[in-house]
Design a protein around this ligand. Sequence first.
Ligand code: MLT
Ligand code: MN
Ligand code: ZN
Length: 306
Amino acid sequence: MKIIILGSSAGGGFPQWNCNCRNCDGIRKGTIRARARTQSSIAVSADGVNWVLINASPDILAQIQATPALQPGRADRDTGIAAVMLMDAQIDHVAGLLMLREGKPLELYCTPSVWDDLNHGLPLASVLGHYCGMRWHPIAGAADDLSPVAIPGIAGIRFIPVALKSKAPPYSPHRQQPRADDNCGLLVENTASGKVLFYAPGLGEIDPRVETAMRSADCVLVDGTLWTGDEMIRMGLSAKTASDMGHLHLYGTGGMIELLDTLGPRRKILVHINNTNPILDEDSAERALLSRHGIEVAHDGMEILL
Ligand code: MLT
Ligand code: MN
Ligand code: ZN
């Protein structure tokens, strides 16, 4: 099973169009050593031909161009993307659906609350009804529902959504009235090797179910949005903490690094990195600290084999 990180950045990408924080300014001017990153998305395949796109980033067209495997070229009009699965209804995970409108109806796998947002707060479902249309396949409606999702045309992979606590998007009526299925993570299992990936680009709180899912995985690919909870406030860029946005901070008490340290030996990779995060600077003390803890930082084009 191959997992390709199509986009490793949080909403806004890196550098962000209107941002002159140390990182964004530094990568533009070449004063820091860092890689540009597009917005959050991955693709998964067992046969290298049929792929599931997990999250549809606003940068999807550039991501497809950068990933030849997604265009197998079997017909005049063709794609390697057999289905799209969404972890939430955030703009950085759904805006790319609009860019896929020229093809066949999109086979869309998401929870009832995410589908609800795509029919009301951000009505991409009705808009796309005038183009390719989408066929909705519900996943993980209830917090205790860990049933595997079978995707036609995708053999050899089991997908198990894991409901988790993060935040519905700012435009959603569920933002202040959270539902159990506003956000999920995903266990992705290679049924031949038994190897498992746990993917959660937006993870606000670790409950026992999420912890169990992480412990069951050979590789965890998880939320690395912000180094500290108040990073954007201290930089004068936002009034929101990580937790206001549904993201666990990385460093310090109750943070992601502390949790990853308890997981023992397995591959640990951070994804959905915000442009303000000091770990993007490859020469930073924060990046060195991650290395000492055996934690990797995802970059666009990174491949994981399981
Ligand atoms: C988030 O992850 O908090 C959101 O995607 C931010 C955004 O889309 O602006
Ligand atoms: Mn996001
Ligand atoms: Zn920035």
